[in-house]
Design a protein around this ligand. Sequence first.
Ligand SMILES: Cc1cc2nc3c(=O)[nH]c(=O)nc-3n(C[C@H](O)[C@H](O)[C@H](O)COP(=O)(O)OP(=O)(O)OC[C@H]3O[C@@H](n4cnc5c(N)ncnc54)[C@H](O)[C@@H]3O)c2cc1C
Length: 362
Amino acid sequence: MDFRDSPQEAEFRARLRDWLTETADGFPTSGDEYWARQGEWHRALYAAGFFGSSWPREFGGHELPPVYDVIVDEELALAGAPPRPSLGYLVQGLGRHGSKELQRRFLPGMINGTERWCQGFSEPGAGSDLASLTTTATRDGDHYVVHGHKIWTSYSDVADWCLLLARTDPEVPRHKGISAFIIAMKQPGVEQRPLKMISGVTREFGQVHFDGATVPADQMVGAPGDGWKLAMTVVGHEREPSTLGYAARYGKLVRQLASRLDGDPPDELAWAAVQTEMLRLHVRRRLSEQLDGVVHGPDGSLDKLLMTWVDQSVGHAALAVAGTGDHELLGSYFYSRAQSVMGGTSQIQKNIIAARILGLGV
Ligand SMILES: Cc1cc2nc3c(=O)[nH]c(=O)nc-3n(C[C@H](O)[C@H](O)[C@H](O)COP(=O)(O)OP(=O)(O)OC[C@H]3O[C@@H](n4cnc5c(N)ncnc54)[C@H](O)[C@@H]3O)c2cc1C
């Protein structure tokens, strides 16, 4: 493996670095201010040619190898700029399961940031056990009518569209009765209620109540009953750290913490530094495999587990170095607690690794 930039990659990196020097200053990187301006940041990155690098040209991407996404993540972290908005899992879900018509209609706006999206999977009684979801979509002429309650829906307050899972057939085994839809969020029958996080953030996610909202039947993604397959594609991609670009941000935080110290680092920081480097190399290896055409299956669960360990080590290091007095670092610690829950909990990742990678009978 040769980790050095090719001449084209080096040119891309230099161009991005210049652009960031001119643009990134002043963009908030955390808290409600970040969420309030995330759409603006997404569109600015896209307009400058630094978003959607690896996605199909047909839908507004640049069809570059995935290494360009990693360069963007590295340079954003290095510049102290906001992260790359993470929606690759939705692009993959729609790209793999949507008809050409749906892809042409929805992928460009999703990628260029002019239309905002959220993911309506989890419910109060259906998180890990997603197949038990109870939101229903009932056919009425050329529409479906939706009733139900979604929760932990990231970006629901600003979303124009929601990739929604709903039960369309209660008679068949539960995985088979779920369908996926692209439903408009701004319509009567959709009520969005923000949730306040322990870090104080109020704009990251909310609960969404659907009470008679409608969705055209031709905005079903795939066939009736195909929702589970789409859900597995989406959560599989949510679990890859290379897609999420976390590794570079952890490295930056560890370096920031180290720069605050005069003497020896606390054990927590030393451990976080080792773990962060391990994740960086792991992500590089995954990327190298992807470039060789290797398709990752349940390995995404290993990635997610590693990423969670690293995030939480860095969170502990932040507390050890700064105590509870630094609002931003305390926020990083609190947020790291969410990592073992979002995109599938650590226990669920371990179940998948046991059953699908190690072949243990769970
Ligand atoms: C920051 C954040 C953002 C999120 N964004 C979204 C979003 O945009 N859209 C969306 O749909 N959802 C989102 N979620 C929800 C997330 O997917 C769920 O929280 C997650 O799947 C867990 O579900 P739950 O909260 O219902 O917990 P539960 O499933 O109730 O789990 C509770 C505990 O039981 C354990 N457990 C459950 N089943 C098993 C089992 N079979 N074996 C062993 N242990 C088990 C879990 O590991 C956990 O510790 C988000 C969550 C967070 C924290």
